[in-house]
Every structure is written in structure tokens, then in C-alpha cells.
Design a protein around this ligand. Sequence first.
Ligand code: BTN
Length: 324
Amino acid sequence: MRSRVFRLLLENRDRHLSGEKISEMLGISRAAVWKHIAAIKEDGAIIESVSNKGYLLLSLPDKLKKEYVSPFVEETYQDKKIFWTETIDSTNKYAKQIAAEEPGEFVVFAEAQDNGRGRLGRVWESPKGNIYASFLLRKDMMPERAAGITLAAAMAVIDAVESTLCIRPSIKWPNDIILEGKKLCGILTEMSAEIDKIEYLVIGPGINVNARVGYSEDLEDKVISLRDVLGMKIDRLELAGALVNAMFKRCADYAEHGLKNMIEDYQKRSCILGKEVFIIKNGQQRAGIVTGFTENGELKFESEGETLYIATGEVSVRGLNGYI
Ligand code: BTN
């Protein structure tokens, strides 16, 4: 019922809605309406209340709960469950626990993580104010194609940021989203699989919306938040809804067609295509030029007269300051 009260307020942001009208429309008592309004305010929304006129939603709640995110989710993805928790060790870990009982695809949001994880065993700082999400996907694909889905996920983050905030970040293969030369978002992709069958994939983006964080050992000057760029606190709900839409869409497309439908867009967004980079893998580094990406998400790399296809690794651009 809370979600229906919220939806009504959201759909009527240009006028006051009386408690009586809400109670009539939803078939609940005025006291119940008042209780829901109080709870939505408790979650950070600013709701003006004027006697004889009613309630007006002035700003959105600041929790990524299902009832607040789902009005921003397209009809096609309304069947995907949204789980929410205030603080958790890691949303990726939590998603795997839920997967044991939940047969479908779903997403988990947390306001903060106290043991957020980055790639290669690193710690991901996770204070309140950002988006920490994990998408549990069940795709009928061979395990060797799994790594490439991170590229589709990166495109999804870009779609969401661009459609809601008109900002155009770029991608540093495989999993970093870059803005002004600094890291805005990292994605941790994990899977549970047998030799020839994926049971599920967990795709965990951590987006710096209002707090500038990254790996605990990273210096502040390597990371950036959307708030830094826009100069004001950002409402996360619309962005979270757009992320849900884009993630399910891009990943379904990848599972069916590989990167075929998005490779052109991906190349345009890449900040390393055509650049001289070091590939750093297992502590070894090799210099070369990035010449493209395959439909399964590998990096095509020309080094010392050889063409190499790299499935996953650490990339840094040679000779540039900043993060990339
Ligand atoms: C990286 O760049 O190394 C990946 C960072 C991924 C962080 C996100 S936050 C949500 C999800 N839960 C985690 O524990 N990690 C990912």
C-alpha cells in the first residue's frame, strides 16, 4: 500500500492531493494515509502538508526500497523482484544467498556495505549516498561467455547515467566507468557454474553518486562522484530505476546476441580504444595498442607485431596522468 501512496504523490507532483482523496482512491482510512505519508517522510522525502489542500511531494525519498524504485521501472521488468537492505556486508554475497531460494532474476540494493568487494579481492569502500546493487541473472550461455557480460553491464550503467543526468561517461575495459579521467563506477561480475552450464551470474555495480569512493587503498584523486560533477546532491531513485531497466535489457541482449548490437556504441564509449596501454595481468605487464573488442567481450591488443585477445585483466593507459 505504501507504494501506491507514493505513486499517487509522484504522479501528482504539480498539485496538492488531499488525505481524503488519497483515502478514497486507495480505499484506506485517512489515518492509514497519514501513517504512510509519515513513513515516506521518514525515508527522506520532503512532503508539504497544507491544511485544506493536502499533500505535495517536494523531493523524493532517499532509500532505494522497492516501493520507491519500482515506479521508475518499465512495465517489461516489473516482474523482476527488488530486494533492499539498509547495510549489508556485500550485495553480491547477499544476492547469492537469496538465489538459493529465489528462482527468478532479481536485483538487490543496499544503502551501505561494510565489506564491499572489488575485483581481485580488493575492498570497495561503501558509505551511504551511493548505489550499491547486485543483479542476479540466469542466462542460458556457456561459462566462457560470462566475462563479456561485464561489457554489457558497463553499457547499462552508461545508459542509466546518460538518460537521467545527461552526463556522458566512458568505459575503461572491462569494468570501470570513467568521468573526467577518474573512476565513477566499478562492476564486480561473479558466477556460479558447472563446466558447461551457468547456474547464475551476479553483476554488482557500485556507482559513486553522492560519495567519492573506490578501493580502500586508492587515493581520492583517482575517483569521482556524480555529485562532484553536477555540484549538488543527486536523487538516486530515478537513476536506480533507469539502471534496473538498462541492466536487464543490455544483459538479455548480450546473452542472446553477444555484443553484436552494442559493439559500435561500446567502441564509441571506450576511453582506451586506439590508445597505447599496458596490460597488467598476474603482476606481468605488456605494452601495446588497443585495436578493438570482440563480440564475446575480449580486448584486441597489438603488441610487438602480435595480435592478442585478452579475456580479462587490468588495463592502464601509458603516459597519461589520472586514473586511465
Ligand atoms: C571494481 O571496480 O573492482 C568493482 C567494484 C564493485 C563494487 C560493487 S558495490 C555493489 C557490489 N557489491 C560488492 O561487494 N561489490 C560490488
